[in-house]
Design a protein around this ligand. Structure first.
Ligand code: SF4
Ligand code: SF4
Length: 174
């Protein structure tokens, strides 16, 4: 499914927040559907980077094995020298959705946003949060479409339990 880009590429090229993690087991490590894994392997990437752990859903989707770098962990597709994603044009839906996230709270699913993303922080500082709200409306329509439901359904592990530091924007009623 194609999603409109929210964050201008030049912002992401100056930032590595999405691609590094403070632990090797972390709910924010990206989730790949079986179709995305197949595409990435067909494009020459090593299948060994994909991890199937016990808490993931029935082999429908998997996370990547992050690797230690300095005092944190990075996605195996993150080029630390160039500060960019090596599979950017075909990065998974989970990464394309960011800084928006899907979170579960008290049995309901919400679209949330990470206000620590520098681009999002800049919008809130400049009182342009209407841009975020407008995009959230677009996402509700996109994710509740037939293609959107299929995409979310093929990534069940990406709906994380509400972590508290995510701002909830819209409820999604699938
Ligand atoms: S945190 Fe925001 S600006 Fe940084 S890489 Fe992720 S989406 Fe791009
Ligand atoms: S797939 Fe690309 S965008 Fe996603 S976390 Fe890995 S390096 Fe970052």
């Amino acid at each position: 499914m194609r999603l409109r880009d929210f964050v201008p590429t030049e912002w992401c090229l100056r930032c590595d927040r999405c691609c590094r993690f403070n632990s090797a087991i972390n709910p924010w490590i990206p989730v790949f559907s079986a179709k995305e894994v197949e595409e990435i392997i067909n494009r020459g990437q090593d299948p060994v980077v994909f991890n199937k752990s016990e808490d993931e859903a029935d082999g429908i989707d998997v996370r990547v094995k992050v690797r230690p770098y300095q005092d944190y962990y990075v996605c195996p597709f993150f080029d630390v020298e160039k500060n960019c994603c090596r599979i950017y044009p075909f990065r998974p839906f989970d990464c394309r959705l960011y800084p928006f996230l899907l979170v579960k709270k008290e049995g309901n699913v919400y679209i949330g946003i990470d206000k620590d993303c520098p681009f999002v922080a800049h919008l809130y500082e400049d009182e342009q949060d209407w841009v975020v709200q407008k995009f959230a409306d677009y996402l509700v329509d996109a994710l509740l479409s037939v293609d959107g439901r299929d995409e979310v359904g093929s990534h069940p592990s990406m709906i994380a339990e509400y972590p508290g530091n995510v701002s909830l924007l819209r409820e999604l009623r699938f």
